[in-house]
Design a protein around this ligand. Structure first.
Ligand code: ZN
Length: 492
């Protein structure tokens, strides 16, 4: 199987090739059992499409507007050494001799399933039996996901931190169908290089020309090399026994239940070692970042109560605070530069707590046409107000700690209420983005803010009703109610 010519992409209409996906008029939908793998597949396919097409901005705009023909795809393939995309070597570098490797069940490659011995593996949300066996086609997306999206800590001492830092959020453009989604996340090589301002970096894949040294300097890593940057030597044990793949749902004549790995010893600029060694951050195109005094960091989900709306503007516009500068991912800037319109925003990633994955983010935001900065700033004002309302709700609920009950008991009540607000606010902000092109903006902001305030008050009143027979708690909540009333003063 070769990833640039053969059928390995699982869709609801069967397995297809990258060429079929990019050149056919059929509206394919990906079929993967886990949203995490679905997201990794979008990243992998857009990266493969970049390597094949190597478009400049104008060509990419043409593909997005007029599509791509099978002849164009074949012509592009003529300039590529296909052997590096063969299943036996794609993203697999040779193991050094004499080093001790680590083996694990394939289950370990799906986040949120704990089958290891990590002490802090709590609150996991997928069951081991959900992913026991996979087909050889799916090994590639799991391998890509391991390198780009999974934190090294999840593998304990045998874990490595990849070029994106692990646990980073991804922002992607969601087009009107799968084909335009992959094309809209394909990287315009001229634009990427002009933004980077680096002459002649190494563009060989790491399984073609291995990494050397202890520090993996960003300025030496070209686009092709960085898009598929390795952090592990990896191999999969392929059995000649048929299976029904737990990841794509298709039958296969071969199956995989285990993999072997050995981590790379050097450090990318995504780690402290790398930063200290001046490796610098490699500008991964799907990764929003925060620049601080200590260096550049990928934006990560905070904790499992966090919802993506809380940082919304930092994914789509540069945002400066006293201590940091948030930069949207390259792919977002490129999308604006392309001026093709019609794209929405997909935010995805894992929510990690040390060595555990406690949740996943997979949010789609409908966006105004052309992502007009002025309109997005208006949305940001509502988000700021929504966060102020959240603070007031939190302060009001804090009064419960004076009721004389066990701190953990009160924390539990508070955290349930706060999560309810944060999660419902997500829906209000998403709706606001849908309406921002259609409704007069002042009215719209007013309405969204009113909904956020009502949300906070409704949650609070429900709590007061719940504890009306508990005099001590009820009295504390009544004191807090006065604090909560300050939300009426919050303006957009
Ligand atoms: Zn499969």
């Amino acid at each position: 199987m070769n990833l640039l010519t053969d059928n390995f992409i699982s869709t609801t209409k069967g397995k297809i090739s990258l060429k079929e996906l990019l050149t056919s008029e059929i509206d394919y939908q990906l079929q993967y059992a886990f949203d995490e793998i679905q997201l990794a597949m979008l990243q992998l396919l857009a990266s493969l499409s970049t390597v094949v097409l190597k478009p400049d901005l104008d060509e990419l705009k043409g593909y997005l507007n007029q599509g791509l023909t099978a002849e164009q795809y074949d012509l592009a393939l003529e300039n590529i050494d296909l052997c590096w995309f063969d299943e036996s070597c794609f993203m697999r570098s040779d193991f050094p001799e004499g080093e001790k490797t680590a083996d694990a069940a394939i289950t370990k490659m799906i986040s949120g399933i704990e089958c290891g011995t990590s002490a802090n593996a709590l609150g996991l949300f997928s069951e081991v039996f959900l992913a026991n066996v996979i087909c050889p086609d799916c090994a590639h997306v799991l391998n890509y996901n391991l390198h780009m999206n999974i934190k090294g800590e999840c593998f304990g001492p045998t874990g490595a931190t990849g070029i994106r830092g692990g646990g980073a959020l991804s922002t992607l453009i969601a087009g009107k169908n799968l084909k335009t989604t992959i094309l809209a996340n394909t990287i315009a090589v001229d634009y990427f290089n002009s933004v980077r301002e680096i002459d002649a970096p190494n563009n060989q894949f790491m399984w073609q020309e291995p990494l050397e040294g202890n520090i993996y300097y960003a300025h030496q890593i070209g686009l092709n090399r960085g898009l598929f940057a390795l952090a592990y030597h990896i191999d999969f044990t392929v059995l000649d026994t048929p299976c029904l793949c737990d990841v794509c749902g298709y039958e296969s004549s071969q199956s995989i239940k285990e993999f072997t790995r050995l981590k790379y010893k050097g450090s990318y600029g995504s780690t402290k070692n790398g930063r200290d060694g001046q490796a610098k951050w490699w500008p991964h195109p799907f990764t929003p970042t925060t620049i601080k005094e200590e260096g550049t960091f990928p934006v990560c989900a905070r904790d499992h109560h966090w919802q993506s709306w809380q940082n919304f503007l930092s994914y789509v516009a540069v945002k400066e605070t006293d201590k940091s500068l948030s930069n949207p991912a390259f792919i977002i800037d490129q999308y604006r530069k392309l001026k093709t319109g019609g794209g929405n925003l997909l935010i995805g990633g894992n929510i990690a707590d040390q060595g555990s994955i406690t949740g996943r983010v997979y949010d789609l935001y409908s966006m105004p046409e052309h992502w007009d900065t002025e309109k997005l700033e208006r949305v940001e004002k509502v988000i700021d107000s929504g966060l102020q309302v959240k603070d007031k709700l939190s302060q009001a609920l804090n009064k419960m700690f004076g009721a004389g009950y066990d701190k953990n008991f009160v924390s539990g009540i508070k955290s349930t209420a706060m999560n309810q607000y944060i999660s419902n606010a997500q829906k209000i902000i998403q709706q606001l983005l849908i309406d921002v092109d259609r409704t007069e903006s002042r009215m719209l902001r007013k309405q969204a803010l009113a909904e956020l305030k009502t949300e906070a008050k409704t949650i609070y009143q429900a709590l007061m009703r719940q504890y009306q027979n508990d005099l001590s708690l009820f009295k504390s909540l009544a004191k807090g109610e006065r604090i909560l009333m300050a939300v009426n003063k919050v303006k957009t």
